[in-house]
Design a binder for this molecule. Structure first.
Ligand code: ADP
Ligand code: MG
Length: 351
């Protein structure tokens, strides 16, 4: 029936956040999105965000059970905000069980790319169809602690060149995601080392091994995807942190000067950057790529083929799967980007 198709409820009650400040709101054509929802019999509650934090406050008090999904019309930043609002709900795990569905209208739409694919990831009609027809999927989240405050991140944390190219180009939002390319060129010209100390609780750092594990797990997943259950809803508080700041057992420090660190899951973080080609949404590990300071020529070669993930194999690019990591700034000046949002350039830990 129209209502129920392979266990996917189509007539969804949707809570839709539209960020008028989103990088490429012009790409969001109401004509391509709302008619799709309505044709599927969905009901819409539309909230135009009036300020940063509006969606956070809204979902924090959400009456659970009123909506089947939360739709964000913006980029990754609004998803980050909604996620953290849900984490601050009185019943965080139940709140975090509500499916999140992005309509790409920001400059960075990493989640849409990963859900819908590189070809249609920036296409709002495809995204609308995915809201209606898609099946919810569980994903790992990153727990970031900084100055005693805990935040959730769903995609990435970056420092050095890769954070600068995003955060230092905010004034160029009119460029769409071209601003990231511009920022990249600028970063290669200035070539500033990133003043941090990075320590990791490493699970593996052998690229061959992680590739083999990835391929065999993908094979196993595709063979059981049809019968897969969505998973039991959970409730209660967020799980306690596993790694205490003073626990140093089995942690290793990266010794060479660093140009950038990109940590998270993906595979895509942008249309032309597959930062985490061997990441999985449910392996409980953080993928961390670290580019040491070598030469400008080396960086250019390292990012060659980044849209297909071939940068992964570049010899000087180090890649880790880790249970947790810590960053200590060695200077006051620097950028930390979490899901594309600016965070204080201060000591933090992720697990
Ligand atoms: P983009 O990819 O274009 O940066 P994002 O969704 O990543 O789009 O980020 C948009 C940012 O704008 C987020 O930090 C979000 O909290 C913030 N925001 C949401 N609504 C508003 C608003 N009405 N005015 C200003 N900022 C807003
Ligand atoms: Mg953003």
């Amino acid at each position: 029936s129209l209502y129920e198709d392979h266990g996917v409820k189509r007539c969804k009650r949707l809570l839709v956040f539209i960020n008028p400040h989103g990088g490429q709101l012009s790409r969001y054509s109401g004509k391509a999105v709302e008619p799709v929802f309505k044709a599927a019999g969905s009901s819409l509650t539309i909230v135009k965000t009036e300020r940063q934090g509006h969606a956070f406050d809204y979902v924090k008090e959400l009456s659970l059970g009123d909506f089947d999904a939360i739709v964000t019309v913006s980029g990754d930043g609004l998803i980050h905000e909604v996620l953290n609002g849900l984490a601050h709900h009185a019943d965080p795990l139940t709140a975090l069980d509500i499916p999140l569905a992005p309509i790409p209208a920001g400059s960075g739409n990493g989640l849409s790319l990963n859900l819908i694919g590189i070809e249609h990831g920036f296409d709002s009609a495809s995204a609308a169809l995915n809201v209606v027809k898609g099946r919810p999927m569980k994903t790992d989240l990153f727990s970031l602690t900084q100055g005693g405050k805990r935040s959730l991140s769903f995609m990435s944390q970056s420092l050095g060149l890769m954070a600068d190219l995003d955060l230092d180009t905010e004034h160029l939002r009119w460029m769409g995601d071209t601003r990231f390319f511009y920022g990249m060129l600028r970063g290669i010209v200035t070539f500033n080392p990133c003043p941090i100390q990075l320590s990791m609780k490493v699970a593996t750092e052998d690229k061959e091994t992680m590739t083999q594990t990835f391929l065999s797990r993908i094979k196993e997943k595709t063979s059981r995807v049809k019968s897969e259950e969505v998973g039991k809803p959970s409730s209660g508080a967020l799980p306690a942190l596993k790694y205490l700041p003073d626990d140093n057992e089995g942690w290793v420090t990266f010794e060479d000067p660093i140009l950038f660190v990109y940590a998270g899951q993906g595979p895509y973080v942008g249309r032309d950057y597959m930062a985490f080609p061997v990441s999985e949404p449910d392996d409980g590990l953080i993928d961390i790529s670290v580019m040491p300071v070598t030469s400008r020529g080396d960086i250019l070669s390292a990012i060659d083929g980044a849209e297909k993930g071939s940068n992964f194999w570049f010899p000087s690019l180090r890649y880790y799967k880790a249970h947790a990591y810590r960053v200590k700034p060695l200077s006051r000046k620097g950028n930390l980007s979490v899901d594309g949002e600016r965070f204080p350039f201060e000591e933090f830990q992720v697990e």
